[in-house]
Write a protein that binds this ligand. Structure first.
Ligand SMILES: Nc1ncnc2c1ncn2[C@@H]1O[C@H](COP(=O)(O)OP(=O)(O)O)[C@@H](O)[C@H]1O
Ligand SMILES: CC(=O)N[C@@H](CCC(=O)OP(=O)(O)O)C(=O)O
Length: 286
């Protein structure tokens, strides 16, 4: 690179850092819930960049909370064990045997991979599930889905305790039932319930598409409740996008300031979303 070009690069970097100031001020002390979908976890390199972004957020005074999915990792383990699995409206039909695999995969390898990645970047992450400290109590969502949980009672105090100690919570979407059952919660649903219970400033749902697409395949950058309802009725919002948009609507209706469905494949997606004008994806407002 020529010296002149290098200087231009440095100036651009300094300008980017400087223009982040109002955003850093806005989000100082804010609670930001980030749902990391199984499809967005990708390579070790992508995980490392994500973890670095989270540690940076904590460093500048944001309280990040990670809620993760892991659908593809659950599928791989169910395949190995030759257990069939099906989805209804983006939610896995969960019998007792499936539930055991879901808990093992989510609370085990998936949760610890994220915890380890954050800690490797100099953060202090602690992994937990909705069972810990009564964080999420569930009822059965729908008899046809088996052990799929709908969060009915939240005790988020443990998360405030962790924020005070500069610890980043990493949460597996598993809930306890009132009769001692274990429930499988869709990751988006769990993230929404946690964001609502914390009265979070932002909810970011990271996934593997560039946002919510309309019938022509174009990403819609801003959606209101009526747009979501129409696109769902038309079948344009389908599959795994249904729990995301449902969650986004519920969260913004119950006080979360904004919910964005973000393309987790974009490098530094969460930093771009919070600290620049270049947020990508679809923002849902009440
Ligand atoms: N209207 C839509 N816009 C974008 N994606 C959609 C839409 N309808 C369905 N989808 C599907 O939803 C998927 C995202 O959900 P999912 O696979 O559960 O992601 P994750 O693992 O990140 O939670 C996309 O990959 C896409 O196939
Ligand atoms: C009830 C239900 O569907 N639970 C999900 C939990 C994991 C998840 O949500 O993973 P992604 O975010 O990667 O899709 C499942 O069993 O796959």
């Amino acid at each position: 690179m020529k010296k002149q070009d290098m200087n231009r690069d440095w100036i651009a970097t300094a300008e980017t850092l400087s223009s982040a100031l109002p955003y850093l001020q806005r989000y100082d002390g804010a609670i930001v819930v980030i749902k990391l979908g199984g499809h967005a976890m990708g390579s070790d390199e992508a995980m490392e960049t994500f973890a670095r972004d989270i540690v940076l957020m904590r460093q500048v005074g944001v309280n990040p909370v990670i809620v993760h999915g892991g659908g593809p990792m659950i599928n791989a383990m169910l395949d190995k064990l030759q257990i069939q699995s099906e989805f209804v409206d983006g939610k896995r039909v969960t019998d007792q045997a499936t539930m055991e695999v879901v808990e093992m995969v989510l609370s085990g390898v998936v949760n610890k991979r994220i915890v380890q990645a954050i800690n490797a970047q100099g953060g202090r992450a602690v992994g937990l599930s909705g069972k810990d400290a009564n964080l999420i109590t569930c009822d059965q969502a729908n008899a046809k889905l088996g052990f799929v949980g709908a969060p009915v009672q939240m005790e988020p105090q443990v998360l405030h305790d962790l924020f005070e100690k500069d610890i980043i919570p990493v949460i597996a979407p598993i809930g306890a039932g009132r009769a001692g059952e274990t429930f499988n919660i869709n990751g988006d649903t769990a993230a929404g319930a946690i964001a609502t219970a914390l009265n979070a400033d932002r909810l970011l749902l990271l996934t593997d598409v560039s946002g919510v697409k309309d019938a022509t395949g174009e990403v819609v950058t801003e959606l209101k409740a009526a747009d979501v309802e129409r696109l769902t009725a038309e079948g344009v919002i389908a599959g795994g996008m249904i729990p995301k948009t449902e969650t986004a609507l519920e969260a913004v209706r119950s006080g979360v300031r904004a919910c964005t469905i973000v393309d987790g494949r974009v490098k530094n997606a969460v930093l771009l979303e919070l600290f620049t004008d270049h947020g990508a994806g679809s923002m849902i407002r009440a």
